[in-house]
Write a protein that binds this ligand. Sequence first.
Ligand code: PEP
Length: 250
Amino acid sequence: MRTPIIAGNWKMNKTPKEARELIDALKPLVKAAKATVVVCVPAVDIAEAAKAVRGSNIKVGAQNVHFKASGAYTGELSADMIKAAGASYVIIGHSERRQYFGETDETVNQRVLAAVENGLIPIICVGENKAQREANYTDALVEYQTLIALTGLTPAQVKKVVIAYEPVWAIGTGLTATDEQANETIGVIRKAIARKYGKGVANAVRIQYGGSMKPANVKGLMAQPEIDGGLIGGASLKAEDFAQIVNYEA
Ligand code: PEP
């Protein structure tokens, strides 16, 4: 019912030239993919990546967006600029942004609103850290993060967003949530959306898992009924690895 979505988060890696090389290598490998395929590239790579994906099934995403339309915000990029450069998706609220750059649930919400108003599809990251999981706060936390992030969107807009459940302790660590843990927490997120926006909306929203997803574990995770795709960091930097994840059914 929901089209799976596999998105790469390149983080602070690849120059524009390297971005083109990686996309050129990726294109033939993912051309038959059933999933939506997205590469979220550094901002300076967006224009080159948008040219490189032309005529293919790969979409380009950014890794952050500012919430204002324009103005005195040195170093920031508006949704309008990101769209004009050729991106159609944007990661918002990645744990690295929350941890190192002071982003809060409230600014995540403002960024989501700016993205949606400008026709970008947000990939909204939520997830608990190790201490929060051990203290049994995971469910309450991801519900709160999700509902705050969506505040102000209409039900029709909520249907189109993508949510990435990313346990912080699993990002870049090689540790992965078990298939069941990931499925259960994504189920909690979907139920929270259902309570606020109705079952029809909740059943339409695509919710990814992220956190050391790789060719070796993608099948098990994607076999879970609640998991609609993945947000992939490290393994998205090699065309063969990312393609194997995208083609997880093959
Ligand atoms: C991420 O950055 O969103 C991520 C999941 O990274 P990794 O796959 O490297 O854990």
